[in-house]
Design a protein around this ligand. Sequence first.
Ligand code: ZN
Length: 265
Amino acid sequence: MVRYRIHPLKVGELTAPVGVLTMLGDMRTFLVAPVLIFYLEGGPRKIVVDAGVPAAGEDGLVHGFPLKGGGEEGVRQALAKVGTTPEEIELLILTHLHFDHCAAAHLFRNARIVVQRKEWETAFNPIPTARAVYDEALFRRLEHMDLVLLEGDCEVAPGVRVLLLPGHTLGMQGLAVETTRGTVVLAGDLAYSYYNINPNLSEFTDLAGNKLTLTGRPDLPFAPPAIHIDLVAWFDSMWKAVATASRRDMVIPGHDPALVNTVIE
Ligand SMILES: [Zn+2]
């Protein structure tokens, strides 16, 4: 049985209002969060999850958010930390096609690239409020690569299953990954941080070391982030993610600062 070690790798640092992390939260206080990709070590194939964010423009912004790092260099440097390159990767799984998850996918030119069909189709024509987080130029070019569109849950490698987890987007997928401690679920942006999975966790330290106190929501099983497309589906997907993971704390969020410089096994 294949057991993976999962390496969350920071490719950039994004600044956003606290209110992006917590629905109807504080829009005047800002936090710094990592843009992450994940390298899965230990299987027969080299696997990466997600492909980073574009570098900021001259104004220091990407899609309106202040950003440090990112771009092709961000992804190359992150993978160099685990001794590999985008060209060596054999399977690239994109959780979804938001600008901060697929920007350098074109570098993975020897990889099979896996996206949910629903995500692919809706990314080209998102609902008006979601237009700001998609950039067609970043993913249209994947059509000329080894792109595979999946419909729903499916094993993509030994010990790695994709899970359709709609809510943040209509076609977002997470992954169930087998490790020595059991099944870890990489939840993509279904949850940005551990707070979204456990709303009792009100203490939050951002990447810059700023300590924030979030409003605890003990009345909720999960606290939705501000960016979602279907809140009913979001709650269903959270229950699915928690049920699939061996333990609740083995659901891994998409942008939590606590993941930087850790290995999940
Ligand atoms: Zn997203």
